[in-house]
Design a protein around this ligand. Structure first.
Ligand code: GLA
Length: 387
């Protein structure tokens, strides 16, 4: 990959003298969905697939950004002075948003850059191709300009850029998982105060298999922001009586005893998901620590049911994939992952059954949905790095 990027850099920008190559991973969330903007827990891990970039600083304020994944969009040229100008639907809004966000946080980027990107995360699949691009850009800026920022800061700046520059009200999970990833560990993160702990994942005799619906989605055009406001409205109603800052502070019992305060059936369902999913995530991490993979799998399945019935963010493609996955021999658990509305599901499958799992689920999905799903047997990787 490094050689391929350097070659492309030379082809696009003339020579590759002084160019360095960088990497940031994608992520998959094992459990804890739509809890990160509700002050709850999440349990994602970084992947060995991700986004690569070859980058070099310039002596002027030009920004030349090229992606091998979007070669048809050519070399986008802009200047640092124009950093606030966005082009609708352009992937460059992610790296540009991060440069803008660094400026907002007092880290002024005062020289231009030439960058060639190449990623191997399927775009719009719910594996955080955008957070990967954001954290990667932040990491490049830190390395090139020597900014004093931690990896956790890179996550926060990435999220800030996505919220304020790209207008998606996402939580912190994706950027945090990408920036703080550790090999063979998932991150048990409490989004209420960003305290976290690494949990080693040694899936004895089992693999993480990601199932891609191949139904594209982008957070911008999904009902993501709508779900977020429904939860905020439910919280505001609960706060008329309860002294809480987020839905993540409630146990299932406390929620059941007070849910009528919300006064609207749809919002009750949304808040119920947020509360129960948070508690499920805490239980799932405990199950893993206790080496109870079977219970972990059951909680994954309950998570999907709740995302389908109460949060209503799955859809026919994800529901079909998960239902077919659960029919197979050797499956320990399966659920949608990420924002939903298409994208990917994640499953844990006994190693000796992975081949038949992929074959059978793939066949049934194609028959029912009309086009093929993709499958990736993934490994848990580390955070951003120079390669
Ligand atoms: C997207 C967002 C995250 C999180 C998930 C749902 O991936 O970027 O912040 O809310 O959806 O869990």
């Amino acid at each position: 990959m490094k050689q391929q990027l350097l070659k492309k850099f030379e082809e696009v920008f003339g020579d590759a003298d002084g160019v360095k190559v960088y990497f940031a991973p994608g992520r998959v969330n094992l459990i804890g969905e739509h809890t990160d903007y509700n002050g709850g827990h999440v349990f994602p891990c970084a992947l060995t697939i991700g986004t690569y970039a070859a980058a070099r600083v310039r002596n002027d304020d030009k920004l030349r950004l090229y992606s091998m994944n979007f070669a048809e969009t050519g070399i986008g040229e802009s200047t640092l002075a124009d950093i606030e100008k966005k082009t609708d639907g352009d992937w460059r809004n992610y790296p540009k948003g991060v440069i803008w966000a660094f400026g907002q946080k007092g880290f002024k980027v005062d020289k231009g850059l030439d960058i060639v990107f190449n990623g191997n995360i399927p775009n719009g699949s719910g594996l955080s191709s955008s957070a990967s691009l954001e954290v990667l850009t932040g990491f490049i800026l830190k390395e090139i300009f020597g900014f004093d920022v931690s990896n956790q800061d890179l996550a926060l700046i990435g999220q800030f850029s996505e919220n304020k520059y790209n207008g998606v009200n996402c939580g912190i999970m994706d950027q945090f998982a990408v920036a703080m990833g550790r090999e063979n560990s998932a991150i048990f993160l409490d989004t209420a105060d960003l305290s976290y702990e690494y949990a080693p994942i040694s899936l004895d005799g089992a693999k993480i298999v990601i199932l891609n619906t191949n139904k594209k989605r982008g957070l911008g055009d999904s009902k993501y922001n709508e779900r977020r406001s429904e939860c905020e409205a439910a919280l505001a109603s609960l706060q008329t009586k309860l002294d809480i800052k987020s839905l993540g502070e409630l146990t299932e019992e406390e929620f059941e005893a007070n849910k009528q305060l919300i006064g609207d059936d749809v919002k009750i369902k949304r808040a119920k998901h947020a509360v129960y999913e948070n508690q499920r995530t805490i239980k799932a991490v405990k199950a893993l620590k206790d080496n109870d993979l079977e219970l972990f799998g059951k909680l994954m399945i309950a998570s999907h049911d709740s995302l389908r019935d109460d949060y209503e963010v799955t859809g026919i493609e994800l529901d079909t994939l998960v239902a077919e996955a659960l029919k197979q021999n050797g499956v320990i658990g399966a659920r949608m992952t990420g924002a939903g509305f298409g994208g990917c599901a994640v499953s844990i499958v006994k190693t000796e059954c992975v081949d038949s799992f992929i074959e059978n689920v793939g066949k049934a999905y194609k028959e029912k949905i009309g086009y093929a799903a993709d499958f990736y047997v993934v490994e848990i990787g580390g955070g951003p790095k120079v390669i």
